[in-house]
Design a protein around this ligand. Sequence first.
Ligand code: NDP
Length: 322
Amino acid sequence: MESKNACYDVIIIGGGAAGMSAAQYAARSNLKVLVIEEKTEGGQAVFIDRLENYPGIAEPVNGFNFSLTMKKQAEDFGAEFLRTKVTGIDRAGDGYEISVEGEYAGKSGKFNTLTIIIATGAEHRKLGIPGEDEYFGRGVSYCATCDGPFFRNKKIAVIGGGDAACGEADFLSRLTDDVTVIHRKPHFRAQKAVADKVLSNPKIKVIFNTVVMEIKGGGSGTVESLVLRNIQTGEGSEIKCDAVFIFIGMTPRTELTATVEMDGNGYIITDENMATSVPGIFAAGDIRAKPFRQIITAASDGAIAAHSAAEYISNLKADGGK
Ligand code: NDP
């Protein structure tokens, strides 16, 4: 690949758990690796106060510190990191040219790479109501597996009516016998079997036709109640709760990746090697179409994507492509 741009074997877009795991594995395989992350490295993990379900780490660890360690591990193996926004991906020779915002250490805002690993993640949709941001991490959560255990035997509210809301309400009912699901429609959107499990669970109360107007806290600085409105009658009410889990869908960050095949919800389809429909482009982490989104599954995806990128490059070189 002849270019005046800096050239890499792998450019990883997104510095969350998937991207950093991919960076570590790729750099350790002696590949020249650049991770481009728009914000702080760590992705959703940086918001986790106590990470306690990562195998091998017995004592709870702060998500931000965990992310710093992941980054250092990748850097120690030689991966480079750049904080900027990717603005374009174009085919160039046997690989790709990646454009970024601004200049980087005096170089142009363009890089060449033989392979790309897309690890830009997905964002939890927000309700956009008062209290949601203020009490995030202090009773407001978007992850039952991560935060549910902190509210054992407490009053828990779940917002949403899809598979995630119903599935997670069922999970939370194993931690407390006081779960209330609040959904804006008169029936669930979730698959019947999942919805029926919630409707027949004596530990779960369901409030239909109702939206949450505000999340309120108290002197303790944590969630204490929800202000509700019945959208059929217009009647207002307030219920007490210690935590509110919001599952109103996800938005994958795929603005850059229109050329790869996606499922109906906008997640990138890969094979088990993390290969997308476009040769040389791999995807890892929450942006993939998959059933279980966790730090551990993102890290696993990243390792597999890096391995696949290394194999792809080795085949490319064997074919005399470079
Ligand atoms: P969905 O998009 O399926 O459901 C989102 C739910 O949130 C809907 O009930 C929707 O209401 C409600 N909602 C959306 N916006 C708001 C809002 N502003 N205020 C109040 N409620 C709102 O998202 P999920 O995350 O549940 O699932 C995403 C995809 O992942 C789906 O395809 C699902 O099948 C899949 N999934 C599969 C699982 C499994 O198979 N085990 C587990 C989890 C997810 P309304 O119904 O009115 O639109």
